[in-house]
Design a protein around this ligand. Structure first.
Ligand SMILES: [Zn+2]
Length: 430
């Protein structure tokens, strides 16, 4: 069965393409990209005014299964991913129980094979139970399909433990994904430490709580030669540290979230718990430094840190509510609204930041809009209007920091291995 995607703007920085072209897919594989292509029989999809990107990957999501299926499951989270234009996600191990063994990783791989709408790549825990005291079963997890390792959600307090972990993970050629937070220095802060925390009477965590750990992890990556990926960077100082490390040739990559790119602490005027995240929303100057990091290549990836929570958990006082916002369904629209439509970035850069960069950071299979690659394709309608209402979400949870916003542009269709995961804006098989 052949599929002809006709007359869309095909953009792929790795393939060096930005032109109005046709794409032919057969048996799940791209077999042709060019002008005036035809197929003998099959389906033709008109793509005029659409942008075709290589399948977007979100390398930082919390799917909550096993253990917290009332927040999200592999089935619902991957349908939310398809709704947002992603063809792949990498899921963090802080489920219940924590994914710290081969059998836990096998469970996720098997559940994904049975229920997922997009590709799922499990990230295993670095330490047993993410307790920071002894290494998890890294080798067993690699054998069962883990693609990287992280104690995301808390990080590793001991530098000695982190060094042992990097020495070990390096042997498998995989990435150590760092959640950079010095917990005693963060001191239970629920917002950024500064003018806003003082004005609102909320405990703050200083930028330094992130930056000291970024500096430590970079030093340890230099010491061990392990591949280091820094999750959800949020401060101007972190960007400087990574920029300097890259200039020295350290094997480091990093990601930022849409909420840190497009919101700052001044948004927290209403004590809305959906604006409580870790790391917290920072200052306008931090936000600007993150955007500058996107532009100069310091930042490799946009990743959402999709963190679903149930209403009974989030609808609490700000200090008591859990950290996190959902992100899978709004990321691409936010990028289009704030970066593409404003002329800050082009689609080629977005193909790097949402496809090639994140995939390279974790060593995931490369996707390109070229003959011979799997047909993982994100089709964007850049003119579509999105009203972000609670009902609009496909995720099981509604705790979005962007509810109420009106955004521009959205994925209209998503192909995963030649199969529709999203068609005409509707998630397939929902
Ligand atoms: Zn984290």
């Amino acid at each position: 069965m052949a599929l002809l995607l006709k007359g869309g703007r095909v953009v792929d920085a790795a393939a060096g393409i930005d032109a109005v072209l046709d794409v032919v897919v057969r048996d799940g594989v791209i077999v042709g990209v060019g002008e005036d292509l035809t197929i003998e029989k099959g389906q033709t999809i008109e793509c005029a005014e659409k942008v075709l990107l290589p399948g977007l990957a979100d390398i930082h999501v919390h799917l909550r299964e096993p253990g917290q299926e009332y927040k999200e499951t592999i089935a619902t989270g991957t349908r939310a991913a398809a709704h947002g234009g992603f063809t792949a996600v990498a899921c963090m191990p802080n489920t219940k129980p924590i994914a710290d063994s081969g059998s836990h990783v096998r469970f996720i791989v098997d559940r994904a094979a049975a229920t997922a709408a997009v590709r799922v790549y499990p990230i295993g825990a670095i330490t047993a139970g993410q307790a920071g005291e002894q290494l998890a079963e890294i080798g067993d997890m690699v054998a069962e399909g883990a693609v990287a390792f992280s104690d995301d959600g808390r990080g590793i307090a001991s530098a000695g433990m982190a060094r042992v972990a990097m020495d070990y993970i390096k042997r498998f050629g995989m990435a150590y994904v760092a959640h950079c937070e010095d917990v005693p220095l963060a001191a239970g802060g629920v917002v950024n430490e500064g003018v806003v925390s003082t004005r609102m009477g909320l405990p703050g965590q200083p930028a330094a709580a992130e930056e000291v750990m970024v500096a430590r992890e970079i030093a340890l990556a230099e010491l061990t030669g392990c591949r280091l990926h820094l999750a959800h960077l949020s401060t101007a100082g972190s960007v400087v540290l990574v920029r300097d490390a890259k200039a020295r040739g350290v094997s480091v990559t990093c990601e930022v979230t849409p909420h840190h790119l497009f919101l700052d602490e001044d948004a927290i005027t209403t004590y809305d718990p959906n604006l409580k995240m870790n790391p917290p929303l920072r200052t306008a100057a931090d936000r600007e430094a993150l955007v500058a990091g996107l532009l100069d290549g310091t930042i490799d990836a946009i990743a959402t840190d999709h963190a679903p929570h149930a209403p009974h958990e989030k609808e609490l006082e700000f200090e008591l509510a859990p950290f996190g916002t959902t992100g899978l369904e709004t990321a691409l629209s936010l990028v289009n609204t704030h970066l593409i439509a404003t002329g800050t970035l082009g689609w080629a850069e977005v193909s790097n930041l949402m496809c090639h960069g994140p995939r390279a950071a974790l060593g995931l299979p490369e996707m390109r809009l070229e003959a011979g690659y799997p047909a993982d394709i994100t089709i964007v309608d850049p003119e579509a209007r999105v009203e972000v209402t609670p009902e609009w979400f496909v995720s099981r949870s509604r705790n979005s920091a962007f509810t109420g916003q009106s955004l521009l542009g959205k994925a209209s269709d998503v192909l995963v291995g030649g199969q529709w995961a999203l068609r005409n804006g509707k998630v397939v098989g929902q």
